[in-house]
Design a protein around this ligand. Structure first.
Ligand SMILES: [Zn+2]
Length: 434
């Protein structure tokens, strides 16, 4: 086993170096960061390839072959980040500075930290002479933050044989959740679908100085907005929130009551759990007349809508009608991406659970889903048998501290959590591939 302190130090140093490469996407510019990871894993004995869909934006595929018969486990991550406005930060977002026990900078949580922990764990194992039964893959993608056209989507499409795997550990969950005396680590097994749409209302134009000469389409948005302010579609149970509610000691058979009970104990938990329990509708953009003195003949409202994994347009439409009624509007879907999931009880969940029980006695794991999107979606779609989970364990910083820092100012990660996560990846590799 790699020594714990050494693994933590190695992960920390690697993260600091990764943060110093500005990989804000767009444009991404991932080349230099990927070369560093390539060099680290190649020196440890991995067969490495940099595969680029476009110049200067390679994906890294690193493979450690074993001699036995076993599954292929992939440690996955992305090195691109969202933008950072230095004016909002108390440190330079690309400094990788070590301060107050944390590494600071853009990507410290999402997700150069996990990339550093995965690469440090994999390289340390290989350097010690450990070899997998089966194969250990490390795949670090470019272009995740804008959807993966040059990253995961392209790899799964153009290089399926090189990135095919049975199990994958990626981003999506892992921060500890304290609730009612329980300590729960989430494992993200699914991602919700995205069904963004535009609602349109119709009227008749006229001069704004004579209000009733026209028929104002904009005011017809008011009842629709009001409806979405007052309520969300009725809650519905699926395997992931069922697992999470159970782990929190809440009764999943009555989701409404469970959310109320969560809110009584800790309103922050209710805010996070509720969106996992069904379709969500969030109006974000409105447009009507182009001139202040013209009554609009048409008004439109854009709504961000997320749908539980596996469900499509018909289900979304039924839930939208439940909230908005059937009359007075028309709808166009602008994006339709069905979410997907992996099963909950698998050898990979067993390995993660085993590590949690040993690393943090008394704590438990729960499956959860993500309202957003990760590269895992591409792997599940390309390789239907691939079990893809999101897991980056953190306990120094809990879910409520970490969540606002992701894509926010002063993003940082405790050094202790870097060592904690690297230890998890060493354990999972050995457990799955020995
Ligand atoms: Zn990410």
């Amino acid at each position: 086993m790699p020594e714990a302190a050494q693994l933590e130090r190695r992960t920390t140093e690697l993260l600091q170096r990764l943060i110093r490469f500005n990989t804000v996407n767009p444009p991404g510019d991932e080349q230099a960061a990927q070369e560093l990871l390539h060099e680290t894993l190649a020196a440890a004995g991995f067969e490495c390839e940099l595969l680029s869909a476009v110049e200067g934006r390679p994906n890294l595929v690193a493979r450690l072959r074993g001699d036995g018969d076993g599954p292929t486990l992939c440690l996955c991550g992305h090195v691109d980040t969202v933008l950072a406005d230095p004016g909002d930060w108390s440190v330079d977002p690309w400094s990788g500075e070590l301060k107050d026990g944390c590494v600071w900078g853009r990507g410290a949580l999402d997700m150069k930290s996990q990339v550093a922990a995965e690469v440090a764990a994999a390289a340390s194992l290989a350097e010690e002479g450990w070899r997998p039964a089966g194969e250990l893959l490390v795949v670090i993608t470019a272009d995740e933050e804008v959807g993966g056209e040059y990253g995961a989507q392209w790899l799964c499409d153009q290089h399926a044989d090189k990135v095919r795997c049975d199990f994958m550990v990626n981003e999506g969950a892992g921060e500890i959740l304290h609730f009612n005396g329980r300590r729960v680590y989430g494992v993200c097994v699914a991602e919700k679908g995205v069904f963004r749409f535009t609602l349109t209302t119709e009227g008749r134009a006229g001069h704004a100085s004579i209000p009733r000469i026209g028929d104002n389409a904009l005011t017809k948005l008011a009842p629709l907005l009001q409806a979405m302010r007052d309520r969300q579609p009725s809650l519905e149970l699926s395997p992931e929130p069922e697992s999470l509610l159970t782990a929190l000691g809440l009764d999943p058979s009555d989701p409404e009551a469970a959310v109320r009970e969560a809110a009584d104990t800790d309103p922050r938990v209710a805010v996070l759990v509720e969106p996992l329990l069904g379709v969500t509708l969030t109006p974000t953009m409105a447009h009507a007349s182009d001139k202040i003195n013209v009554i609009p003949a048409q008004a439109s409202l854009k709504v961000d809508c997320r749908v539980p994994p596996g469900l499509g347009r018909e289900h979304a439409l039924a839930k939208i009608t439940e909230v908005l009624g059937e009359d007075g509007w028309s709808i166009d879907f602008n994006e339709e991406v069905v979410g997907n999931r992996s099963p909950i009880e698998t050898p990979l969940m067993g390995a993660i659970r085993g590590w949690v029980e040993q690393a943090d006695p008394g704590a438990t794991v729960a499956a959860t889903s993500l309202p957003g999107f990760t590269d895992s979606r591409w792997w599940r779609e390309a390789f239907p048998d691939c079990v893809a989970y999101g897991f980056f364990p953190q306990r120094e910083m809990d879910l409520f501290e970490a969540a606002p820092l992701v894509h926010g100012a002063d993003e940082r990660v405790p050094v202790a959590d870097l060592g904690f996560a690297a230890d998890a990846y060493v354990h999972v590799c050995k457990e799955m591939l020995s």
